[in-house]
Ligand binder design. Structure first.
Ligand SMILES: Nc1ncnc2c1ncn2[C@@H]1O[C@H](COP(=O)(O)OP(=O)(O)O)[C@@H](O)[C@H]1O
Ligand code: SF4
Ligand SMILES: [Mg+2]
Length: 342
């Protein structure tokens, strides 16, 4: 490859093709695909949102992207290099380029390690920072995420959730990664600090040009932050497109159901009904789909371009307040042959 620092801009930073992750079923009977042949590419500097209710496979997909799981099928490329089956030793030099911000800031820090040392570790390991430079570098990182140097000697439990998530973001950007996966990074925070952390993520992204895979069950958050949005249902990617386009013309019946929650539940997808038992074969959405038909029992729908998509992207963005969306040129796709855009 294709060193991660030498991307040309045309090569996707991350490219998952028909990626599969299987787990053993809880009752011990066989395996199921938590991620079932998902294809998704993230361009350098792009922010891609992944939405879908709990259990749809968002976290599993993210962990597979970071090669915290070994995919059971498909291929995964990072900066052009096939890393699908790469061993841990070969992955190590790539790890600094892929960082993660978790849902629960407290559990993502070692309780016995002071903030200063938690930030110093990646700097020493990957950043080539000498011992003499560490304190200044840590202070600069804290300042970047809006925290004063007085926080450096503290332990994680001496910080609020919002402060600690700021430190998590500082830790993620410390070594200049190419990709940050943020998995429900604001959903455990008090409502009052969510917007601050979202703004911080957006600013850091704009400044550093880091690509982001942003996972959320809150559609408003995805709309605010993401250039493109992928909608997952039960292990499948059912719709993908530029954020403004997906919001203006939701096409998959599931996406439409999600967007309908914006009016009733404030966009919180968790308010939707839990899925019925696993629907094997055909379209997994069919037991909930208002337009299901006989063929949906047997034919598994694949993503295909939404007819007429891509023409109104710029105009469609006008309805999104406060958000600036780059139009990446990637199209609007849906995995349902029977749905019409509207
Ligand atoms: N390590 C695991 N072992 C077995 N099943 C798992 C594991 N992780 C996730 N799952 C299952 O995979 C499915 C997808 O989970 P997850 O990726 O966490 O969804 P989401 O992040 O969208 O809520 C769920 O049914 C979940 O119970
Ligand atoms: S393929 Fe069939 S069941 Fe699936 S979303 Fe489309 S109409 Fe509904
Ligand atoms: Mg999750």
């Amino acid at each position: 490859m294709a060193d991660a620092s030498a991307l040309d801009g045309a090569t996707p930073l991350v490219e998952a093709s028909d990626l599969v992750v299987s787990f053993r079923q809880h009752d011990g009977g066989g395996t199921f695909r938590a991620v079932d042949a998902v294809s998704l590419a993230v361009a350098p500097g792009e922010v891609v949102g992944l939405v879908g209710e709990s259990g749809s496979g968002k976290t599993t997909f993210a962990k597979a992207i970071l090669r915290l799981y070994r995919p059971g099928g498909g291929t995964l490329r990072f900066a052009g290099r096939d890393i699908t089956t790469l061993g841990e030793g070969a992955l190590r030099p790539l790890r600094r380029h892929m960082q993660m911000v978790f849902q629960d800031p407290l559990s993502s820090f070692n309780p016995r390690v002071r903030i200063r040392d938690a930030l110093a570790l990646p700097l020493r390991l990957h950043g080539g920072v000498t011992a003499g430079e560490l304190d200044a570098k840590v202070a600069a990182l804290l300042a970047r995420v809006g925290l004063g140097p007085q926080f450096a000697p503290r332990y994680p439990h001496e910080m609020s959730g919002g402060q600690l998530q700021r430190v998590a973001i500082a830790r993620a950007i410390a070594v200049g990664p190419r990709l940050i996966v943020a998995d429900e990074a604001v959903s455990k925070l008090d409502v009052s600090v969510r917007a601050q952390i979202l703004n911080l993520l957006r600013d850091v992204q704009a400044e550093t040009g880091v690509a982001m895979l942003f996972i959320t069950h809150d559609l408003r958050v995805a709309r605010y932050l993401c250039d493109r949005i992928g909608v997952m249902f039960f292990g499948r990617l059912v719709e993908l497109g530029p954020t403004a386009e997906v919001f203006a013309r939701p096409t998959h019946p599931y996406t439409r159901a999600l967007l309908a929650t914006l009016d009733h539940e404030g966009g919180d997808v968790a308010a939707l009904e839990p899925p019925p038992p696993f629907a094997a074969g055909g379209c997994r959405y069919r037991t909930r789909c208002p337009i299901a038909r006989e063929s949906c029992r047997t034919q598994r729908p694949e993503l295909q371009a939404v007819a007429g998509a891509g023409h109104e992207i710029a105009g469609a963005g006008l309805g999104v307040t406060g958000a600036v969306h780059r139009v990446t040129g990637a199209g609007h796709e849906v995995a349902c042959p029977h749905a019409a855009a509207g």
